[in-house]
Design a protein around this ligand. Structure first.
Ligand code: URP
Ligand code: ZN
Ligand code: ZN
Ligand code: ZN
Length: 484
């Protein structure tokens, strides 16, 4: 069976041209004029683009005493409904648990994914087992990214010495470290002070995480990565202070990437001052939404290329789950949805407003991250031989976003009432039509795990745990004299 997408305009990160696309066995077999196939998809008036890649989602994640409510089935259906054809979830071993043990859990829960997916591995503690298993994770399991939480003190947070050791290990494995950059010690201190002063509502969440905690942590992570000789990917960059650190690092020739979220680009801190507790709590996430000045900085970063990727950090909790934090904002599960709405929202607020070109839209929703994660051109491309992960995007199709019509399992949508213009006519996952004119045809279990080879420059032999942790003799002055 072959499928042909006819009469559309192909838009990639660097080209715009009119051609048909022929698909066979899940991959793009031919691109050209007047192609024919068994099944014909009419793309008249549409843009034919690489399907979106969302590199930051948390599906069925154990977090803050509960589990995020979208699992791999509902989450990937939401992705496909919005034109996203690959997601990258975070495998999160608990502190003390082995990485391979954690992976087994993530393998088990991802079997019903409807689109292709991959994992980042989180380093939530440090020890010889983690050190050793990182090699297996990269070389045998095809995971080339390791996530470090600089916040969530007492739960997922790692300290600087652990981060530095893990970054060095990433460097020698050709893997890329990721950071959630917020100063967890300061957040914990501010949270305690706010609670003690009687500020227990959702707005205190925003006060507990000012932009400085993010700017400080981003700077620190960049410097630690530089000392470890490894690139760095900063997730959910939400403010000018963090963006500024990334911009400066790039100017100095460092490989550092920043990832704003569609929520931070389009929603602001006033959401936390809504008198309806549920409204505000549903929008509690870390980092919190910021003011317009920070939003402008993020848009400028996408335009200039100092920020590279737009993601969602999709981590959806129901209103009932959010209410765990009634009377204590630190117990509101952190996270918002967005998977289904990322492309339509970015098109409406980015392309239709003239901030981004259609080619830049493809770059920041798909191609840039495909290259960073080393899955290009299997993903993120319209090229012969690439997977037929394609969104046929109709710039004239409109809707008002509402939870009533969403794929996500939760009972609200943070973009409720937003009018979007620009929606998928078809979404194809490896050649299979998963969405046709708003009709959901996705098949649970169709998604496959995408292995990612190491991408960084791997130059030297691997160290042993003993070498990495060799005892250091330190003189009274504090200056190390041997063993470093
Ligand atoms: O608030 C958020 N972002 N929740 C998901 C976990 C994380 O920090 O990415
Ligand atoms: Zn995070
Ligand atoms: Zn996240
Ligand atoms: Zn299938």
């Amino acid at each position: 069976m072959t499928t042909v997408i006819k009469n559309g305009t192909i838009v990639t990160a660097d080209l715009t041209y009119v051609a048909d696309v022929l698909i066979e066995n899940g991959v793009i077999a031919e691109i050209g004029k007047d192609l024919s196939g068994d099944e014909v998809l009419d793309a008249t008036g549409c843009y034919v683009m690489p399907g979106g890649i969302d590199p930051h989602v948390h599906l069925e994640m154990p977090f803050m005493g509960t589990y995020s409510s979208d699992d791999f089935e509902s989450g990937t259906r939401a992705a496909l409904a919005g034109g996203t054809t690959m997601v990258v979830d975070f495998c999160l071993p608990s502190p003390g648990q082995g990485l391979l043990d954690g992976l087994q859990m993530w393998d088990n829960k991802s079997t019903r994914a409807a689109c292709d997916y991959s994992f980042h591995m989180a380093v939530t503690w440090w020890g010889e087992q983690v050190f050793n298993e990182m090699e297996t994770v990269v070389k045998e399991r095809g995971i080339n990214t390791f996530k470090h939480f600089m916040a969530y003190k007492g739960a997922l947070m790692v300290n600087d010495d652990e981060m530095y050791a893990s970054f060095k290990r990433c460097a020698e494995l050709g893997a890329i470290p990721l950071v959630h950059a917020e100063n967890g010690d300061v957040v914990a201190e501010l949270s305690a002070q706010l609670l003690a002063a009687g500020n227990n509502g959702p707005e205190a969440h925003a006060y507990s995480r000012p932009t400085q905690v993010e700017g400080e942590a981003t700077n620190r992570a960049i410097m630690i990565a530089d000392m470890a000789g490894v690139p760095l990917y900063v997730v959910h960059t939400s403010c000018e202070e963090s963006h500024e650190a990334i911009r400066r690092a790039k100017l100095a020739g460092k490989r550092v990437w920043g990832e704003p979220l569609i929520q931070h680009l389009t929603l602001d801190e006033s959401e936390y001052f809504n008198p309806d507790w549920d409204h505000a709590a549903r929008r509690v996430m870390s980092p919190p939404f910021r003011n317009k000045q920070h939003q402008d900085s993020l848009w400028a970063g996408l335009q200039s290329g100092s920020l590279s990727v737009v993601a969602t950090d999709h981590c959806a909790f129901t209103t009932d789950q959010k209410r765990y934090g009634l009377g204590d904002f630190t117990k509101i599960p952190n996270g918002t949805g967005g998977l289904e709405d990322r492309l339509p929202m970015l098109w409406t607020y980015g392309v239709s407003t003239g901030r981004l070109t259609p080619n830049e839209f493809v770059a920041v929703t798909s191609t840039n991250i495909a290259k960073i994660l080393n899955v290009y051109p299997k993903k993120g491309a319209i090229l012969v031989g690439a997977d037929a992960d394609i969104v046929v995007f109709d710039p004239e199709k409109e809707k008002t976003i509402t939870a009533a019509n969403q794929q996500s399992a939760i009972d609200y949508n943070v973009f409720e009432g937003k009018h979007v213009k620009g929606l998928p006519r078809y979404t194809l996952t490896r050649g299979m039509v998963a969405v046709r004119d708003g009709e959901m045809l996705a098949e649970s279990g169709h998604g496959t795990f995408v292995k990612r080879a190491p991408s960084g420059p791997v130059s030297k032999a691997l160290s042993s745990w003993k070498e990495l942790t060799a005892p250091r003799k330190v003189e009274r002055s504090g200056i190390p004299v041997s063993g470093v």
